[in-house]
Design a binder for this molecule. Structure first.
Ligand SMILES: CC(C)(COP(=O)(O)OP(=O)(O)OC[C@H]1O[C@@H](n2cnc3c(N)ncnc32)[C@H](O)[C@@H]1OP(=O)(O)O)[C@@H](O)C(=O)NCCC(=O)NCCS
Length: 178
């Protein structure tokens, strides 16, 4: 369990695999920039994914929950971790759209960043963001990530080819919280 002022990041539990979660994955506004939109999202698929990833040490995966009422609002994943290079990608979604724009993504990213550097001894974190996903880019930038490159015409999104922004944060540029 990782904590912040307003959030609790904890392991996903079977009770999280419910209609609300399924609704997020099938919400076109939430999944617009997520790879999951290419897969049929059913309760069975959700359970299979959870079974396959629940204890995967190479991809720690957290439910993002509000500290105030324990409500599950999204997920954040660190991985895959490349232990030889001590680096990993970080990805997330806030599925409950009522919670967008309140700083929850930035708060969750900052906490997992600190854990990855301080506890897991990783030396580099990265994120791949669909060009145009300004909210995601800004959330990572607020946590110290910087644009390192653009993969041109890398993905298809709503029938268009889009670039991928690669943002990164080397540990040497990270300032641990006091
Ligand atoms: C992208 C996402 C994670 C942002 O979550 P969030 O909790 O709303 O982000 P935050 O509140 O921490 O916002 C971070 C910054 O981005 C800004 N921001 C948020 N959404 C924005 C948008 N659509 N356009 C421009 N800026 C935006 C915020 O104002 C804030 O900047 P500020 O503090 O300078 O004002 C969330 O919208 C989401 O889950 N979207 C769907 C899935 C997704 O795209 N995941 C990311 C895949 S890489």
């Amino acid at each position: 369990m990782l904590q912040t002022t307003r959030l609790r990041l904890r392991a996903l539990e079977p009770s999280d695999l419910n209609a609300t979660y399924l609704g997020w994955l099938n919400d076109p506004e939430v999944n617009r920039y997520l790879e999951t939109r290419f897969l049929p999202q059913t309760m069975e698929a959700l359970h299979n994914y959870w079974q396959a990833h629940r204890d995967d040490p190479a991809s720690p995966w957290f439910a993002i929950c509000l500290a105030a009422d324990a409500r599950h609002i999204g997920n954040i994943k660190l991985g895959p971790i490349h232990w030889q290079h001590r680096r990993a990608d970080l990805s997330l979604f806030i599925g409950d759209r009522r919670c967008w724009g309140q700083g929850f993504a930035s708060e969750a990213i900052a906490r997992v960043r600190d854990w990855a550097f301080a506890e897991l001894d990783l030396h580099k974190l990265s994120a791949g963001i669909y060009a145009g996903n300004l909210g995601s880019r800004r959330a990572f930038e607020k946590c110290g990530f910087e644009l390192e490159g653009t993969l041109r015409h890398e993905v298809v999104c709503s029938g268009e080819r889009l670039d991928i922004w690669r943002l990164g944060l080397p540990r040497i540029l990270w300032t641990p919280a006091p």
